[in-house]
Design a protein around this ligand. Structure first.
Ligand SMILES: *Cc1c(COP(=O)(O)O)cnc(C)c1O
Length: 416
């Protein structure tokens, strides 16, 4: 059935997005997995026109494919942006974008509570002469205090992992807008419908599609979406070549050419398909994960073998009321500290259903001791600044039945 009906509900949109946005041939409901590296043209002039952007098409699959474009349309629709670029991983989206937009002598204000690999990438950027100031982004006055004449932007995450600090998003957005700074937000932890980046003034929103959006631990991918809030004519480093007629596309054009094309972290077509299928059930999965996480957080918070629970949904969380305002639910990640003397490794080994693994946003519930794994490369002092204790365990809550999860944690805690 063809339809001109535009769905309004979040899940309705996701379920029909591939069909309605990409119009696959023969009424297929999925964009086909397009594997060709090269593209043939009827005549040489067509090839030249596509190269020069005068005609729409593909020239070489590192730069674009039907599969990646289809997912870009769907990710962009998710964020109501002015365009998206997909990459092979979330890290590729972040690194390629920042390398495409920054240059030596620039300054960035960056959250001191960051995903470990992003934090590591910023230390690489600083080796190339890009100055980084790390601040506590739970209070926007720290951001304002770090401002310099050469500041280009502010980078943070919505809910940081593993300690779940929540950024002062509204005030950071206002500060960025007043000072013509890029507001760069990693929204991996709170994908729509949990958080809407565009109405919150975000310039570029980054997402690891590998996590909640894919959801099934079967494909890597990342994306950057331009929310359309930033006036690129104010940005000093858009090369004249990329100052295209549509000014909303200046940033994305440079990201696509200097980031995706030149750095080459292209999303694989099979991955694009798997991520697009995952996105259809995004709201159902994330809502269930958040409900399970809330129940587990309350259970663990009341347990006598647990010293501390970090979860924005708990009333004692320092940014609980801010989280209530910003997010539809409180997310699917929580971290715990066991009581002194309890061995976190023994506890993890005592869990039977929960997987001991480093990933998040998966259908399955996962547990990880963070200090000796993902933050192993950081010094004890750096971990302390991020609020990470040596015995902290991060939990990524899945979609299982909550009784099964509570039973597993209960029996695991009973054994230590
Ligand atoms: C996982 C993650 C990334 C990196 O994504 P990959 O797809 O694994 O490269 C970036 N930011 C956050 C917050 C993440 O959790």
């Amino acid at each position: 059935m063809s339809s001109n009906h535009v769905p309004k509900g979040f899940t309705t949109k996701r379920v029909h997005a591939d069909r309605l946005l990409n119009r696959p041939q023969h009424g297929a409901v999925h964009e086909p997995i397009t594997k060709s590296v090269l593209f043939d043209f009827d005549n040489a002039q067509d090839l030249i026109d596509v190269f020069q952007g005068k005609k729409v098409g593909h020239v070489y699959s590192r730069s674009s494919t039907g599969s990646a474009n289809a997912l870009q349309n769907m990710v962009n629709d998710l964020e109501s942006g002015v365009g998206a670029v997909c990459f092979s991983t979330g890290m590729a989206a972040i690194s390629s974008t920042l390398l495409a937009l920054l240059k030596q002598g620039d300054h960035l204000i960056v959250s001191q509570f960051l995903f470990g690999n992003t934090n590591s990438f910023f230390s690489t950027l600083s080796r190339f002469g890009i100055e980084i100031t790390y601040v506590d982004v739970t209070d926007a006055s720290n951001v304002a205090a770090a401002y310099q004449a050469n500041t280009r932007g502010v980078f943070c995450e919505t809910i940081a992992n593993p300690v779940t600090q929540v950024a002062d998003i509204e005030r950071i957005a206002a500060f960025c807008s007043q000072n013509r700074l890029l507001f760069l937000l990693d929204n991996t932890m709170t994908p729509a419908p949990l958080f809407e980046a565009k109405p919150h003034g975000v310039s570029l929103v980054f997402t690891s599609l590998t996590k909640y959006i894919g959801g099934h631990a079967n494909a890597l991918g990342g994306a950057v979406v331009d929310c359309g809030n930033y006036d690129w004519t104010q940005y000093p480093h858009i090369l004249p070549l990329y100052q295209v007629a549509d000014k909303t596309q200046w940033g994305l054009t440079q990201i696509r050419k200097r980031g995706l094309r030149d750095m080459g972290a292209t999303l694989a077509p099979e991955a694009a398909h798997a991520l697009a299928v995952g996105m259809e059930t995004l709201s159902l999965r994330v809502t269930k994960m958040c409900k399970n996480a809330y129940e587990l957080a309350r259970f663990l918070d009341a347990h006598d073998k647990v010293k501390a629970v970090y979860y924005p949904g708990l009333e004692h969380h320092p940014q609980h009321s801010r989280s209530d305002k910003l997010f539809k639910h409180f997310g699917g990640i929580l971290s715990v500290d066991l009581v002194d003397g309890a061995d976190p490794v023994a506890f993890l080994d005592a869990l039977s259903l929960v997987l001991c693994a480093t990933h998040l946003g998966d259908n399955r519930t996962l547990a990880l001791p963070v200090a000796p794994t993902i933050f192993f490369e950081n010094s004890a002092q750096e971990r302390a600044e991020m609020g990470i204790t040596d015995t902290m365990i991060r939990l990524s809550i899945g979609i299982e039945d909550s009784e099964d999860l509570i039973n597993d944690f209960a029996q695991g805690l009973a054994k230590i």
